[in-house]
Design a protein around this ligand. Structure first.
Ligand code: NAP
Length: 251
């Protein structure tokens, strides 16, 4: 029996779990998917799921040993920085095979006024000069960076309700999760007269539509660059991760 731990919270992680559940890893494979437990009603992967943090790299290392994990797939979101570093350290400490599945970043579109920043604070500092009607799609975490921006309107789209105390005064919160359609994004931009888009460089198909809509409506886009990553072996697609597991996941 080989046990594979899939650190999840993304569509790619669910796809890996589904493929392995379907026999893609061969017989005798046990898959445990994990979620941070931040979302009240998450999209669950098929199969065995563990919810909640491990208690840092040491806690994860202990878990890897206790459950005789043969390989770890870090398929967390590109901005889940702490979990990725924790996986890197724990796998190194326990000599466990690790692959990082990281989807490619958004493709730079030369037709878009594309401004890359290193942080949400940097993005907030560009307002209101860069735009006064903001489509803010950076997720619930870190919204406090925009709280001091009083002279701009924000349409804040996220999956879970953010703490109102941490939000800018002139805002509307839209609870929704992808995939989003081009027509839907046009409708939001037009209905709220939005004049700028702020996004993380999450990449992936589920949220591409907002960039296409921004291009068509001539909105500049502020893109928060990805955080630093450990030097783990990295693949870009679910198929590549499954191929890697075929070669490495013994234990
Ligand atoms: P983070 O800052 O890297 O993680 C904070 C802590 O949460 C980690 O140290 C770990 O706790 C726990 N954790 C995170 N991901 C986990 C997982 N898959 N399984 C078990 N524990 C996990 O991550 P985050 O940015 O808060 O993201 C949390 C989850 O949401 C991740 O699963 C990620 O894939 C997903 N997500 C994040 C974003 C985003 O923009 N950040 C967007 C979409 C989905 P311990 O140290 O106690 O082990």
């Amino acid at each position: 029996m080989r046990t594979i731990l899939v650190l999840g919270g993304t569509g790619e992680a669910r796809a890996i779990a589904a493929a392995l559940d379907d026999g893609a890893g061969g017989d005798g494979v046990r898959v445990i998917s994990t979620l941070a437990g931040r979302i009240a009603n998450p999209r669950l992967p098929v199969g065995e799921v563990r919810v909640g943090g491990f208690g840092g790299p040491d806690g994860l290392a202990a878990y890897l040993r206790a459950h005789e994990i043969g390989a770890v797939v870090d398929a967390t979101h590109p901005f889940a920085e702490r979990m990725s570093w924790s996986a890197f350290e724990a796998c190194a400490a326990t000599d466990t095979s690790l692959v990082r599945l990281e989807r490619p970043p958004f493709r730079r579109d030369p037709a878009i006024d594309w401004r890359e920043v290193a942080s949400l604070d940097e993005a907030a500092a560009l307002l209101p000069q860069a735009g006064r009607r903001v489509f803010l799609t950076t997720g619930r975490q870190g919204l406090a960076a925009f709280a001091p921006v009083a002279d701009a309107f924000f349409l804040i789209r996220c999956v879970e309700a953010p703490d109102p105390a941490l939000l800018p005064p002139d805002r509307m919160v839209l609870l929704d999760r992808g995939p989003f359609t081009l027509d839907g994004e046009f409708a939001l931009i037009d209905a709220h007269s939005l004049d700028i888009l702020i996004t993380k460089d999450s990449g992936g198909e589920m949220t591409q539509a907002k960039l296409a809509a921004a291009r068509e409506r001539g909105l500049p886009v502020i893109v928060v660059a990805r955080p630093s990553r450990p030097a783990a072996e990295t693949v870009r697609t679910v198929a590549e991760a499954l191929a890697w597991l075929g070669e490495h996941a013994h234990g």
